[in-house]
Design a protein around this ligand. Structure first.
Ligand code: NAD
Length: 275
């Protein structure tokens, strides 16, 4: 992982950039178009949105007006829980594409494992994939148990599982399970929604490498083989978060950062999420 162009290769051979821009809470319209254009100028090639974020239109507009060929970009979106409940995943997918004015997405995810509904939603994603409308399909917030249920009840194994992942929450069992099944792990809230900057151990490692705490944590993701999607709407931070390919954390410092794991979340726990 030496350059922003480096990518993970998913189980179906699709290339997914190691670093992407998360756009949760970035308002739709001109703000998000500007932010994404800036990120693309800085070298980002992957954008993570969701129908729930209500900014798919802006994401699509940014992609369609950035001047790069569509195939140079990697766009992820997700189907929301209400659509799973109403068994309308196929329609929800078409609505997302309509909002984005795109012919396909690179990755379509089941956003949360809504109990009793996620297997049917996954079958809809398999259909979307078979039709070539999503280059890859995956899930988000799935535990080992959810993944086992999918495996027992469907044809395809997800190519990606996007979960909360940062030094306070490594989830070693889930990580090992995904590695064994060739499911690419992807980190949401990799910066602990900004809190990582205030963790003394991370600050100390950052000082040692002459890097910022954000860069240390994002580099740690990469060295764990985890795709990462930090969110920022600030131009300087967008560049800062992408400047993580010019140094390497030692094994020793990886272990120091791993030692911070305390199972602490900044977002909801999929086990007791109120769907
Ligand atoms: P994050 O960990 O990426 O933190 C973002 C916040 O960190 C920013 O708002 C800013 O306050 C701060 N920040 C960013 N760069 C910084 C820097 N260089 N220096 C100092 N502070 C900095 O949190 P997130 O937005 O929750 O997660 C990232 C993305 O993951 C989201 O935008 C979204 O795309 C995705 N996500 C997915 C799910 C899911 O259920 N699948 C849930 C949450 C987030």
């Amino acid at each position: 992982m030496r350059s922003l162009k480096d990518h993970a290769t998913l189980s179906n051979g699709v290339n997914m950039p190691w670093l992407g821009l998360g756009v949760y809470l970035i308002p739709d319209g001109p703000p998000i178009v500007d932010v994404i254009h800036h990120a693309i100028d800085a070298g980002y090639r992957s954008i993570d949105t969701a129908s729930f974020y209500q900014n798919e239109a802006g994401v699509g507009q940014a992609v369609n007006t950035c001047g790069l060929a569509r195939e140079e970009l990697f766009v992820t979106t997700k189907v929301w829980n209400d659509d799973l409940r109403q068994a309308r995943t196929l329609d929800a997918f078409e609505e997302s594409l309509d909002r984005m004015q795109l012919d396909y997405v690179d990755l379509y995810l089941v956003h949360w494992p809504v109990p009793g509904k996620f297997v049917a939603a996954w079958k809809a994603l398999e259909e979307i994939y078979e039709r070539g409308r999503a280059k890859a399909i995956g899930v988000s917030n799935f535990t080992v148990q959810h993944l086992e249920v999918l495996q027992q009840n469907s044809e395809m194994i997800p190519m990606v599982n996007q979960v909360e992942f940062h030094p306070y929450l490594i989830q070693p069992r889930l990580k090992a399970f995904c590695a064994q099944k060739n499911i690419q792990l992807e980190a949401w809230s990799p910066l602990m929604q900004g809190r990582a900057m205030n963790v003394p151990t991370i600050q100390q490692v950052a000082e040692k490498y002459g890097k910022t705490p954000a860069q240390i944590v994002l580099r740690w993701d990469l060295q764990h083989g985890v795709v990462t999607i930090p969110k920022s709407a600030q131009p300087a931070r967008i560049i800062e978060n992408a400047t993580i390919f010019d140094f390497e954390l030692s094994e020793e410092d990886m272990v120091v950062l791993d030692g911070l794991d305390c199972g602490q979340r900044v977002g909801p726990d999929p086990e007791d999420f109120v769907f």
